[in-house]
Design a protein around this ligand. Structure first.
Ligand code: ZN
Length: 107
């Protein structure tokens, strides 16, 4: 029945809907879909510096966990390097292993 109704719709209206469909489709799933490019690839960073904690901090969660590739959009190559950099930074006490440290030493 629904198909019947669509078929019987005026030609001008149908054409209108088809034209607007392309722009509407690109705007869906906006929350995680924006900029699928890896942040390090975009900045042309080859090696991630473990001392650059301001950058590294963007890739760890509130609890101090390393954010997943799915959430940040980091490519496999840079995610491996990022993980290594975060672990080095943690060992040098530049970054927390867990939120417990944050709570204890801040304030
Ligand atoms: Zn990358």
């Amino acid at each position: 029945m629904a198909e019947d109704r669509q078929f019987n719709a005026p030609a001008a209206e149908r054409g209108d809907r088809r034209g607007g469909a392309a722009t509407a489709a690109t705007q869906t799933r906006s929350r995680l879909r924006r900029r699928r490019v890896c942040a390090f690839c975009a900045d042309k960073i080859e090696n991630i510096d473990y001392k650059d904690i301001n950058t590294l901090r963007r890739f760890i969660s509130e609890q101090g966990q390393i954010e997943s590739r799915r959430r940040t959009g980091t490519c496999a190559r840079h995610q491996r390097r990022l993980t290594l950099a975060v672990k080095r930074a943690r060992f040098l006490a530049l970054l927390p292993y867990t939120a417990e440290h944050v709570r204890r030493y801040s304030s």
